[in-house]
Design a protein around this ligand. Structure first.
Ligand code: NDP
Length: 253
């Protein structure tokens, strides 16, 4: 797990500084990549809220309870964040699950559960966040996809489908709301050192590492810094893009 100290902190006269103080919401921000993203925005001086299903606040962050599979729960969480920090200006849809199984053995329930969390969950938070962004004529959306969404992966038809869908979501949003100073981008991480990858056996981890040109898994902060930059004024003309953070694993897509 990356610590806050590994996240680079812009100085007050850096180009990121004027954007600080924004209301930022990171779904699934209580651990793993989401927590590193939340820490990166906090280091930037933004007002950060994280969601988790338990609602527990990690490391002094402002946390709200939300299950992204439930639109009412999402709505309640946004209302709480708006009361505390104002309308959400930066949305990072990061919450995600896996339920790996080979196609012939994959149940429809396992397929639907992953789509419901990873893809429809992103739709729910995006829809709720867009109201405030349209009103404010300003917004940054970053959807956390995966290298697997573009490369495919055996045993992950549900997960890869959900992550590929996020690309269409960001691009459609860009076409729908791009003229209102709202950008939507996708970050596609490769293998990142979190609970999700630690649950893979040592042999599988070794096999995956051998396929990565960088020869290693990444720290969550290496994803977080890219997300923070995409939401900064420096990236104001980037929208509908898919930014790989994968050590070269997915080159060519
Ligand atoms: P973790 O398993 O460590 O964390 C997943 C997060 O998602 C948790 O905060 C969890 O909250 C939240 N979450 C899951 N289901 C729901 C739900 N129904 N409602 C609200 N929150 C939910 O994952 P990572 O940090 O590894 O991954 C974060 C994102 O990055 C995911 O979308 C993942 O697919 C993607 N990714 C990860 C890679 C990796 O190598 N680790 C590679 C590429 C992409 P709770 O604590 O409540 O369970």
């Amino acid at each position: 797990m990356a610590e806050a100290s590994t996240v680079s902190t812009p100085t007050t006269d850096s180009p990121d500084a004027p954007a600080a103080g924004r209301s930022v919401l990171v779904t699934g921000g209580n651990r793993g990549i989401g927590l590193a993203i939340a820490q990166a925005f906090r280091a930037n001086g933004d007002k950060v809220a994280v969601t988790s299903r338990s609602g527990e606040a990690p490391d002094g962050l402002f946390a709200v309870q939300a299950d992204v599979t439930d639109a009412e729960s999402v709505d309640r969480a946004f209302t709480e964040v708006e009361e505390a920090h104002g309308p959400v200006e930066v949305l990072v849809a990061n919450a995600g699950i896996t339920r790996d199984q080979l196609l012939l053995r994959m149940s429809e329930e396992d397929f639907s559960a992953v789509i419901d969390t990873n893809l429809t969950g992103a739709f729910r938070v995006l829809k709720r966040a867009s109201k405030g962004m349209i009103r404010k004529k300003k917004g940054r959306v970053v959807l956390i996809s995966s290298v697997v969404g573009l490369m495919g992966s055996p045993g992950q038809i549900n997960y890869a489908s959900s992550k590929a869908g996020l690309v269409g979501m960001a691009r459609s949003l860009t076409r729908e709301l791009g003229s209102r100073n709202i950008t939507a981008n996708v970050v596609a991480p490769g293998y990142i050192d979190t609970e999700m990858t630690q649950s893979l056996g040592e042999d599988l981890q070794k096999q995956y590492r051998s396929q990565i040109p960088a020869g290693r898994f990444a720290e969550p902060a290496e994803v977080a810094n890219v997300v923070r930059w995409l939401a900064s004024d420096e990236a104001s003309y980037i929208s509908g893009a898919v930014i790989p953070v994968d050590g070269g694993l997915g080159m060519g897509h």
